[in-house]
Design a protein around this ligand. Structure first.
Ligand code: ZN
Length: 254
């Protein structure tokens, strides 16, 4: 039995040695990165790889999740569950990575390692002065020596939306319908704004009956109207000129 275990250990060590040196070579030689489709397997694979390379394989495997968040490229969520057997609590960690933008492997890995630093801090109960505090920054600096660009946040300006996000946006645009109201004040100035569908009647009644203003309502999916103020609590119309109003009426009203 012991002999078998020895063999097993030897085999595992050998395997890890080959695995790590292969990865080192790959990381050192790989210079071009292609846009890729994010999968849970990919996140897990990166986690295993960088756990060995940068964390002495000491991080415990968290859960992984893919989100479609625009603002948060990655997050580490920590759930605390009571530990009935030993008292205190158990932390359950989840690393989420967003596929909102088209990203290269390197850009994804940058996010994954960023979250792994949060994980390292949480799993070791390290006290830091802020969520991206001194300890966090020190870890970034340590790993950035290997060619990463870890920082507190990533500038996404100029990044292309992923196919998923583009599709979602197109569906949103196609489905969009804008309820537009134009009204004429007693001084003959005209204003235009949009409201959500359930509020149309309330606004029309208010303008007609309480203010005695002339008003018209129409529905359109023309995205030109998207930039109009969308009123929820009070009217903030945009001034509109007589000619424009007539053009709009002839184009959008039956
Ligand atoms: Zn962070």
């Amino acid at each position: 039995m012991n002999l078998k275990r020895e063999w097993d250990n030897l085999f595992i060590s050998l395997f890890l040695y080959i695995f790590v040196s292969e990865l080192r070579n790959k990381l050192l030689t790989k210079k071009t990165y292609k846009i890729m489709t994010l999968t849970i397997d990919y996140i897990r694979g990166s986690f295993i790889k960088y756990n060995v390379l940068y964390f002495n394989n000491l991080l415990k495997m968290p859960n992984f999740k893919i989100t479609h968040s625009k603002r948060r490229l990655g997050t580490l969520s920590i759930k605390r569950r009571a530990n009935f057997a030993f008292g205190g609590y158990i932390k359950e960690h989840t690393i989420s990575v967003s596929d909102y933008y088209d990203r290269t492997e390197k850009q994804y890995d940058n996010t994954i390692i960023h979250e792994m630093i949060h994980l390292y801090i949480s799993q070791n109960d390290i006290i830091d002065n802020g969520s991206h505090g001194r300890r966090f920054k020190a870890e970034c600096a340590r790993i950035n020596k290997y060619g990463w660009e870890l920082s507190r946040c990533t500038d996404t300006s100029g990044w292309k939306l992923s196919e998923y996000a583009q599709k979602k946006q197109n569906i949103k645009k196609a489905k969009a319908s804008y309820n537009v109201i134009i009204y004429k004040e007693s001084g003959n100035s005209q204003f235009i704004f949009r409201v959500s569908k359930p509020n149309v009647k309330m606004y029309m009644d208010y303008l007609r009956n309480s203010c005695n203003f002339e008003c018209k309502h129409f529905i359109t999916n023309d995205s030109n109207f998207e930039s109009l103020p969308n009123c929820t609590k009070r009217i903030r119309g945009r001034r509109i000129y007589y000619n424009d109003t007539n053009n709009i009426y002839s184009k959008y009203m039956i």
